[in-house]
Ligand binder design. Sequence first.
Ligand SMILES: Nc1ncnc2c1ncn2[C@@H]1O[C@H](COP(=O)(O)OP(=O)(O)OP(=O)(O)O)[C@@H](O)[C@H]1O
Ligand SMILES: [Mg+2]
Length: 476
Amino acid sequence: MELKEVLRFADEKVFAKTGKHLEDLQEAILKETLQGRKYAAKVAQDRDCSEGYVRVAASELWKLLSEVLGEEVSKVNVRAILERTKFYNNSSNHSSNHSSAIGENYGTVNHNVNICQEKARSPTSPQNPQQTPTQPHIDLGDAPEIFRFFDSLRDSFASRTPQLSTLENWITQQRTRLIALLGISGIGKTTLSLGLIHQIKTQFDYVIYRSLRFSPTLEATLTNLLQIFPQPTETPQNIDTKISQLLNHLRNYRCLIVLDDVQMLFCSGQPPGQYKSECENYQLFFKLIAEVSHQSCLMLNSSEKPREIVRLEKAYHPVRSFELGSLGIAAKDILKSEKLSDEETWSTLIDIYQGNPLWLELTATLIRELFGGSVAQFLQCEMPILDEGLQSQLSQQFQRLTPPELAVVTHFANLAEPVAVSYFFNKIPLSPSEIVNAVRSLRSRFLLDAMEEEKITLFSLNPVLKQYVQSRYLSN
Ligand SMILES: Nc1ncnc2c1ncn2[C@@H]1O[C@H](COP(=O)(O)OP(=O)(O)OP(=O)(O)O)[C@@H](O)[C@H]1O
Ligand SMILES: [Mg+2]
C-alpha cells in the first residue's frame, strides 16, 4: 500500500473521530515511522526542536491513534494496523450492499485481537438462534499482512485459482471437516489460506486464523479460540470441557478455523509428524474434529504431514489433504513485481527454483541487487545460486531431519538421475527398513520428488536442495 494512501487514511480516521486533521509534526512522525525509520532525530532536526519533544509528541500520537483505531497502536505496529484497517474497510465496503462509515464495522475483543465484524450475513444459520452473533466475525489474530497480498500487491500475486477452487469446493460443497494444506516451506500455504479466507469468508459465521509457531499447548489454543465466541457464564477449567465447548460452537455456528505452522507441534530431529510430548493431545483434538458431527471446517497448514491425517483420510471421514506445489508460470507475476528484465528467460528461472514463491522472491531480490535485474545475466552463473536468506531458510528445515534422513538425503545429492528406494540398499550403512522409512519421512517433509516410471517409483532431490546439501554437508 502506498505511503501516501496510508497517511491519508490515518488523517481521515483522526478527522472522523476528532474533527481535526493531523498536525504537521504528527504527520512528520507518522511518515518516518511508516517507512520503518527512526523518527526522533530526523524530525527534530527538520523542525529544529529537541528529540525529547518529538518523542513526547509521538507518544501522544500513538495514544490518539489507539483511541481512533480501537486497539493499542505503537511505532512498531502502526503501519500494520493502519493498512489492515484500511483493507477491511475497503473489503467490507465492497462485499456489503450496506454502506458504512469508516470504522463503523471495526472493533476489538477483550484479548486485544482485531476483529472485522462484517455486515454481510452468513447463509448458514446457527442451530441455536440465541447464540447467533449479530454479525459474522473474522479474527485473523497474528496473520501476516493479508492486505499486502490482496490489495496493494494484487498485481504481483501469482494466481492460485485452481487450488482455491478445489479448496472452496471441499469446504463449501463437500463440507469437509478437516483439511491439511501441505507443502514445503515457502510454497505459499499461509498466503493461499488467507486468500481462501478472503474468497469465502461471507459463507461463515466465524473465520479464525491462528499460527501455532510457538507450539502452544492445546489448552492454550482452546482458551484462545473460546474467547472469540460468546462467553459462557463460567470459563471451563479442564481441557475436556474446553474441547466440548469448542465442538458445541463448531456445531452451532459455521466456522472456518485455520491453524497455521502445525509442524511446530512436532519434534525436531524425530520422524515427521511426531508430536512434542506437551502437544500430544492435539492428535485427539484433530481426530475429534474429523469424527464428531458439526458444520465447520478446521484447516491445518503444515510443512510436515500430520500422521493422523493419513489414517483419517483412509477411514473415509470428511478429511482431505492438499499438497501445494509449484506456482508454475504464474510465478512470473512475482518477477514482474520485482521489475526484473529478460522476460524470455523467466520460465527457466522459475523451473530452477521450483516455482517456490519464497525462493523466487529471495532470488529476484539478489538479481535486482547484484545483476541489475537481468535474469539472463544471472542465469549465466552456474545454477542454482542460493542467496544467504534461502540458505538459512533451508538450514531450519534440514535441522529437523533424523540422522538416517540426513544419510539418505546426502546420497541423493550426489545422484544425477532419479532412483528407486532399493538403489540405496547396501550402499548406505542402514538397514532396508531404515532406508525405506527415511525416504518416506523425506517425502512427508516434501523434500524429495517422486515420479512413476514403468510401475516403479523413482525419487530425486530438486536442484536447489541438491545444491544446498552439497555445499552444507558434502564440501569441505
Ligand atoms: N501466490 C503467490 N503470489 C505471490 N507471492 C506469493 C504467493 N504465495 C506465496 N507468496 C509469497 O511467498 C512467500 C512465502 O509464502 P508463505 O509464507 O505463504 O509460504 P508458506 O508455505 O506458508 O511457508 P512456511 O511453511 O515457511 O510458513 C511470502 O513472501 C509470500 O508473500
Ligand atoms: Mg506459512
